[in-house]
Design a protein. Structure first.
Length: 391
């Protein structure tokens, strides 16, 4: 049976597509290993917080140049050089002792290169490697590979930290990015001659203005996930069970939500994440498994559904732009959530819970944002999407 999440496909999983999907996974893992390393290199929560925020800023720096770069130069070459930039950033701690604040600049540069590489990969290379009727499934599958990196990267980093010192994390991230670079190099990409009157600055392949309603709602949700990660960043078991939650989300979309109401996935996902936040406030021995599974299940369902919403909201020639918009919204929300969660001045924001530990204040804020996102979706976003979708 074909479902709303798994469109018809014929020979999509060819060699080139596998290489791009795995490269996306490895590149995401490399950046997330560096994210864990930041916690050990930065001397304070405040500096870690700024470094996480700097990464989010870096993601959008090259956005308006993406269309010019892929039209003016070979698109696969643009991705190669962007990944090489990521490699240089990941290798920096191996050759230089970073001064105070140095990791912030490294994370900013990593965000710039990573954002460019992923926007080219999502908006152009994936689309070029498959037929038009396969592209929705291709976008859906590649996005899931990137989502799994959010659990696998920190899990591998923390696992190796139990055996070696923090220096090994740079080698792991460099190794993952190097393999990703080689895989993208092996993907065949058709040559396209440069067009006429190429604009240096453009929103094409960067931001889809028509998706602003989805963007706001998804941003709230990804901020919540980022704040949860800021609390659990050094917990190996959390990321192991987060991966289990992601895998359950894939199964749920195929079997549970196959013929469900269209808005049921987003609502169920936000309720699951909200329930996980409530369990975090309870603090019982039985919740250490349940919480990450609920977070992975809920956020995986939400992200997958919103990805398809972005696609269906775009015109035929805007598919790549919709993919970049989704990627940037999700990643920037995670970075902003990590920034807010690590900023230990949060009790001043909510003085009436000033007696709570700082991490519980973060949970209260995240729970509030999750409720806001749920109410916003039910009261506005879904109806707005149904009115404006093009497919």
């Amino acid at each position: 049976m074909y479902t709303q999440n798994t469109p018809v496909h014929v020979r999509l999983w060819n060699k080139d597509f596998w290489f791009l999907a795995i490269a996306n996974l490895l590149l995401g893992m490399a950046v997330n290993v560096q994210m864990v390393m930041t916690f050990f290199i930065c001397p304070s929560h405040e500096e870690s917080s700024v470094a996480m925020g700097a990464f989010g800023i870096g993601l959008v720096v090259m956005g308006m140049f993406v269309s010019f770069l892929v039209e003016r130069y070979r698109r696969n070459h643009v991705c190669w050089y962007a990944i090489l930039g990521v490699l240089a950033c990941l290798a920096t701690p191996l050759f230089h002792d970073l001064p105070f604040g140095g990791m912030t600049w490294v994370r900013l540069a990593t965000g710039i290169c990573y954002g460019l590489a992923e926007m080219v990969l999502y908006s152009t290379l994936v689309v070029d490697t498959c037929e038009s009727h396969q592209r929705t499934e291709a976008n859906y599958a590649v996005a899931w590979f990137g989502r799994l990196a959010l659990a696998l990267g920190p899990f591998i980093a923390l696992l190796f930290l139990h055996l070696f010192d923090v220096g090994v994390l740079s080698w792991i991230s460099v190794g993952c990015a190097s393999v990703a670079f080689l895989m993208v190099m092996m993907v065949g990409c058709p040559f396209r001659s440069p067009g006429d009157n190429i604009k240096l600055l453009s929103l094409d392949r960067f931001i889809l203005p028509a998706s602003w309603g989805l963007t706001v709602n998804l941003l709230f949700i990804s901020i919540v996930v980022g704040m949860i990660l800021s609390i659990q960043m050094l917990d190996l078991s959390f990321f192991a069970f987060l991966l289990v939650g992601f895998l359950l989300a894939i199964m749920a979309e195929k079997y549970v939500f196959a013929n469900a109401e269209l808005m049921s996935e987003a609502i169920a996902g936000m309720l699951l994440v909200g329930f996980a936040l409530l369990l975090m406030l309870v603090e019982t021995d039985q919740t250490f498994v349940t919480i990450p599974i609920l977070v992975g299940l809920g956020s995986g369902i939400i992200a997958s559904r919103f990805l398809l919403f972005f696609i269906k909201l775009s015109d035929h020639c805007q598919r790549g732009t919709s993919q970049s918009s989704f990627f940037l919204t999700w990643e920037m929300g995670l970075a902003l959530g990590l920034f807010l969660g690590l900023e230990r001045s949060t009790p001043a924001v909510l003085p009436y819970v000033g007696e709570l530990p700082a991490w519980k204040v973060v949970v209260v804020i995240a729970l509030t944002l999750d409720v806001v996102a749920l109410l916003l979706y039910m009261a506005f976003t879904h109806q707005w999407y149904m009115k404006h979708k093009n497919r």
